[in-house]
Design a protein. Structure first.
Length: 308
């Protein structure tokens, strides 16, 4: 790749683990270069961002004369920088050592998103840095680890919900009503009632008995898709981690929105194959929507809508 080609890159996508291909497919002819999980592009693309752990906006490039020169340039833009190594690993590590230390640590929930920006950078060549002081994620390379609960939740699914609520910037408050569709064995229900919310857990499969016995938890043994929104009544939050085809989830969401029975939505869009990825555009077209690939997601995206 020539220097002229590289200069055409304005944005970089750090693809989520194992999702480089969907990022490349979304970008098409806008791809400038690919190295490991980092995809450089000439123009931004919303769909590419859905499958990325982090997006580097306003991509900048600089030739450096020395390790100190590289560190000085990064520090001149801001304080916090996360390295994503793509080559010249030893040299990149030496530059990193001259930057303020990032202390990776599990975080408690609930938490607020850090106000200080987090930049991303890589040593593209031994004498060239690519960097962005304005990334989509405030966490290093899009990673977010929590202090886990060893007692209480019946599975680790609650970590995905915690992350979604942190990214959303809002979570259910004490006394608010939540509908948890496809709740069994109860990981999301546990997390929601732990916030003080009232939870109606809906699933044909049984919840963990310890979850069913928790205060503020009611259980309805019924299919999430058979539940009539008007019969169920209004809720502040609708949550769904149901295993189903994306089209079926979209129909469910549409019914609840048209009935006006849910204010806020957090749903996992689970894919069986790449042919279904196009359906994410229909979720994105709903006003006020946001689609992300969370650190704790697998072959799925999380759709969030505050209905405002």
């Amino acid at each position: 790749m020539s220097e002229t080609d590289l200069q055409s890159a304005t944005v970089a996508y750090l693809a989520a683990e194992n999702f480089v291909d969907p990022v490349i497919a979304a970008l098409g002819s806008r791809v400038v270069a690919v190295r490991d999980r980092l995809v450089l592009a000439s123009e931004p693309c919303d769909e590419a961002g859905w499958w990325s752990a982090n997006v580097w906006h306003g991509l900048e490039s600089k030739h450096i004369d020395s390790i100190g020169d590289g560190a000085k340039w990064l520090r001149s833009m801001q304080r916090n920088w996360a390295l994503y190594s793509t080559g010249s690993f030893r040299r990149a590590s030496l530059i990193e050592s001259k930057l303020p230390i990032l202390r990776a640590r599990p975080r408690p929930f609930p938490m607020e998103i850090p106000e200080a920006p987090m930049g991303g950078w890589t040593l593209w060549k031994k004498d060239q840095i690519l960097a962005s002081p304005r990334c989509s994620s405030p966490f290093a390379n899009g990673g977010l680890e929590f202090v886990e609960k060893k007692v209480g939740p019946p599975s680790r699914a609650y970590l995905k919900l915690w992350e979604a609520l942190v990214v959303l910037g809002r979570h259910p408050k004490a006394g608010e009503s939540c509908l948890d569709l496809g709740a069994a064995p109860g990981g999301w229900t546990w997390a929601l009632q732990d916030l003080g919310a009232r939870v109606l857990a809906v699933d044909k499969a049984p919840l963990d008995p310890a979850i069913e016995a928790l205060p503020n938890v009611s259980v309805l043994k019924e299919s999430a898709f058979g539940l009539d929104p008007t019969a169920a009544g209004p809720v502040d939050w609708l949550f769904s981690d149901v295993i189903c085809y994306p089209g079926r989830l979209l129909n469910l969401v549409t019914r609840w929105r048209e009935a006006g029975m849910a204010k806020h939505f957090v749903c996992t869009i689970k894919f069986q194959g790449e042919s279904e990825h196009a359906l994410a555009h229909e979720f994105a077209a709903i006003p006020g929507s946001r689609i992300v690939h969370l650190h704790n997601n697998k072959h799925e995206l999380t759709w969030m809508n505050l209905g405002e």
